[in-house]
Design a protein around this ligand. Structure first.
Ligand code: BGC
Length: 340
């Protein structure tokens, strides 16, 4: 009897050993990963630019690593409920990791709940969840840009130009630069910080500024264009500088200036989007601050892939507090003014 039990136990042990070895082998040999991506809106120019880079970088990663990457990309059309449902679907489809561009960055707790329950890590990007939510789990990451750094770079463009050639900024030579401010969504971390720090940088750089007016255009070209048209009518021959929280709204202001056949007003944006760079090339946009989108997209994909494979985050993208990757950014300014 004793012998039978012994044999039985040894068989059990052997089986367990084999199963666990298989488990390890399975983990080691993971040859494909599935990434669920949800974008807050599909018609946002900057997000669309980032989306194509993410797609390119996924292909590049696939080529380099030999690991097949399946991307499931959905657009939430500005609706948090839709996005929550997309997350649920991604999880039920067996996604190994999620990359989420939240609709409402203050309301990511449901997404995090679902991800934690299913043990699926999340890489958030561009719309930064509140710290309290990010601190809930060690498998939550964020890829974005440092909004204060962006704003300081945007302000410095004007400070430098003013120092070199004040008349290129103070167009009427009255000793004051009169500006208007175009702001993005009120709840977006980037709008608040960009608005505050671009102006602060102008003040710190001793550019004598005066705010004519400002308004919220929710990152949108058409809304910005309507606002600018209204301001040009309300404050004729007054506006010398348009400071915009992003390129799309800057382009909206340029549209309004063109309609009113006004030339010379300086317009500065942020993002370095494809249409933004075209406007820069043609001299319509004075300057922009651009995140390195190659690095941005790569960081999202490589971080996501490492999560999916259960590996440590990639060293080439150092994480602040083990959680945040801040993409490097640079100033891009029109050639004519660059050579002053
Ligand atoms: C970009 C905007 C974009 C927004 C979307 C910002 O960081 O500058 O262009 O519309 O993110 O969340």
């Amino acid at each position: 009897m004793k012998r039978t039990i012994k044999i039985f136990l040894s068989c059990m042990a052997a089986c367990l050993f084999l199963t666990s070895c298989q488990g390890v082998r399975k983990e080691e040999e993971k040859t494909s990963i599935r990434i669920g991506i949800s974008l807050y809106r599909g018609d946002d120019t900057f997000i669309n630019n980032i989306r194509s880079i993410i797609e390119d970088k996924a292909k590049e990663y696939e080529r380099e690593s030999g690991i097949k990457v399946t991307l499931d990309i959905q657009e939430a059309k500005g609706n948090q409920n839709t996005q929550n449902n997309q997350v649920e679907r991604f999880i039920s489809l067996g996604c190994d990791v999620l990359c989420i561009n939240p609709v409402d960055r203050m309301d990511t707790s449901l997404i995090i709940d679902k991800a934690m329950t299913a043990n699926v890590p999340v890489v958030f990007f561009n719309r930064q969840p509140v710290e309290e939510d990010m601190n809930r789990w060690d498998k939550l990451y964020y890829v974005g840009v440092d909004a204060k750094e962006t704003a300081i770079l945007q302000g410095e463009m004007v400070v430098d130009l003013y120092r070199e050639q004040p008349e290129a900024v103070d167009l009427n030579g009255d000793g004051v630069v009169s500006y208007v401010m175009l702001e993005g969504e009120t709840s977006h971390q980037d709008s608040l910080i960009r608005t505050e720090w671009s102006v602060q940088t102008l003040k710190d750089g001793r550019v004598p500024i005066e705010k004519i007016t400002g308004g919220i255009a929710n990152w949108e070209r058409s809304q910005a264009s309507a606002l600018m048209e209204q301001w040009l009518a309300e404050y004729p021959d007054t506006i010398e500088l348009v400071i915009s929280n992003n390129d799309d709204m800057a382009l909206g202001a340029i549209d309004a200036l063109e309609r009113a056949q006004i030339v010379g007003v300086n317009v500065i944006g942020i993002d370095g989007t494809t249409p933004g760079l075209e406007a820069l090339e043609s001299g319509k946009l004075l300057g922009t601050v651009s995140a390195n989108k190659e690095i941005y997209g790569s960081a999202v994909i490589k971080l996501a892939a490492s999560c999916a494979l259960g590996e440590e985050p990639p060293e080439e993208y150092p994480l602040t507090d083990g959680t945040y990757f801040w993409t490097p950014q640079e100033i891009l300014i029109t050639k004519i003014k660059e050579n002053l």
